[in-house]
Design a protein around this ligand. Sequence first.
Ligand SMILES: *Cc1c(COP(=O)(O)O)cnc(C)c1O
Length: 231
Amino acid sequence: MTSIAANLQAVRERIGAACRAAGRPADSVSLLAVSKTWPASALRDAAGAGQLAFGENYVQEALDKIATLQALALEWHFIGPLQSNKTRAVAENFAWVHSVDRLKIAERLAAQRPPNLPPLNVCLQVNVSGEASKSGCAPAEAPAVAAAIVRLPGLRLRGLMAIPEPTDDTALQRRRFASLREALATISAQTGSPLDTLSMGMSDDLEAAIMEGATMVRVGTAIFGKRDYTT
Ligand SMILES: *Cc1c(COP(=O)(O)O)cnc(C)c1O
């Protein structure tokens, strides 16, 4: 077994244990393997171990891997900051975008999603950490932005995503994740659309996220190892 396969198995066991602790079914949480900075060969190893959904942060890096690994029919999720001039490549090549943080980006993705593809699944990224984090739309604005996204063609609003500030304080982790869960409940009620996705939890805090209702955890380091940004 490659170390990636062994790491994947360990992450699946952590997810299973967290689901048991939370009294949730094991299949209520899906695993997104965050492969930014890793070469196509690492993704191939993970795919060989049954992992088919991958999260990428950088558009050009992702496009290269998507082309290289085309034959594997992987599911690609864009999770990084998204600038207006990169939306077309994302709309044309990904199945999901977790990092929609303003209406303008959603409108561009909607206009640029090719009509022959299924709707692009999107999550609205919400800043649940206030001043401590700059990314994501303000919680107070999220219901109005979500309601506008729901009306766009070519997109399917699936739920919310957050990246809380890193902390070892598990009570604080849980409060941040709980606030995203509460925001999803509010927005589901207001828009009347069935939002089913809470994209939250990473290598260091996936247990807290699952306790608070995460349906998709985004895990990089625990699968692929520590990233090296120097090369
Ligand atoms: C890099 C990244 C992750 C994975 O983080 P790890 O700590 O390596 O598990 C998850 N979500 C987003 C948005 C990321 O950029």
